[in-house]
Design a protein around this ligand. Structure first.
Ligand code: TPP
Ligand code: SF4
Ligand code: MG
Length: 272
């Protein structure tokens, strides 16, 4: 592959690119290494995590941020991040984060968990952290499936959603109803801020970033537990074409897990 300078731009000459294709200048976001990662094309999780670390950078809190990751596809993406990452046992991130925050009250402490990790494997952990009003921020990447282990049903899978073991869609009589975890957390006394965003289009990414910023601000003011659920695409686990997954998120997942602020202020009008 050859490169040459054309004006201010570096032009790549390859067999596969048209001659006038250009490599734009370095848009590498601070804190995110764009080296190879192992998530699927079209996965929403890297977008959600990138949004969180960009908020942390804007806060100027990079050096004192300690994140605690659960176990799921997103865990591998922690290798692409230049922030402190602790690895929790499956479902236990809120308890580990509690210990970190109590020992290091000046740190900005967040957890990153999937729906299988948080709502199946470790539901009591996040509920008790919220009930105690722990001054931490828990981020949920909700794709409605155990993605890493093959796309099985989780407690957030919506009615009618196809998963590996509900190929004809989740059925309430057979499989029960989904847990609306964001609404449940919002109903708890120790929760100062709760919101549900999504990364299926640019508008929702921007909105989700405002939610993350509001959650971190809540923690910085010492107001108690903050929670941001982010709906993420999982075309592999949903068994659909990659390009269909943003609309599938909007039509199927967000129809039940409705996007908006669920508790607390700090978000501009237009978000509920
Ligand atoms: C105690 C324990 N049980 C089960 C597993 C297997 N396991 C690893 S990742 C995973 C799925 C996680 O799903 P989710 O949290 O929704 O994250 P996603 O992969 O969808 O991002 C499971 C069940 C494990 N590692 N440890
Ligand atoms: S299986 Fe789903 S959650 Fe996991 S990397 Fe692929 S698209 Fe993302
Ligand atoms: Mg999941």
């Amino acid at each position: 592959m050859d490169t040459e300078l054309v004006g201010q731009r570096v032009v790549l000459r390859t067999d596969r690119r048209p001659d006038d294709a250009t490599l734009v200048d370095d848009f590498t976001p601070e804190l995110v290494d764009v080296g190879a990662h192992h998530l699927c094309p079209g996965c929403g999780e890297p977008i959600a995590i990138r949004s969180a670390v960009e908020c942390i950078a804007e806060l100027g809190a990079v050096e004192r941020t300690i994140s605690v990751f659960g176990i799921g596809c997103y865990t591998a993406f922690s290798n692409n991040l230049d922030i402190e990452v602790l690895q929790a046992l499956h479902g236990r991130a809120p308890s580990l984060a509690t210990g970190v925050k109590r020992m290091r009250p000046d740190a900005l402490v967040l957890t990153v968990q999937g729906d299988g990790d948080m709502v199946n494997e470790g539901l009591q952990e996040v509920l008790h952290a919220a009930a105690r009003g722990e001054n931490i921020t828990c981020v949920l990447l909700n794709n409605g499936v155990f993605g890493e282990t093959g796309g099985h049903i989780t407690s957030t899978t919506v009615l009618g959603q196809r998963t590996k073991n509900t190929l004809d869609g989740r059925d309430a009589e057979r499989d029960g109803y989904p847990i609306l975890i964001g609404d449940l957390i919002a109903s708890m006394g120790g929760t100062a801020y709760a919101a549900r965003g999504a990364v299926n289009d640019a508008g929702n990414v921007a909105r989700t970033r405002r939610m993350l910023a509001a959650a971190f601000a809540t923690q910085e003011r010492g107001e108690g537990f903050s929670f941001v659920e982010i709906l993420t695409m999982c075309p592999t686990g949903w068994f659909i074409e990659t390009q269909e997954s943003p609309d599938y998120l909007a039509d199927v997942i967000a129809g039940t897990h409705q996007i908006g602020v669920l508790k607390g202020g700090d978000v501009p009008k237009g978000d509920r």
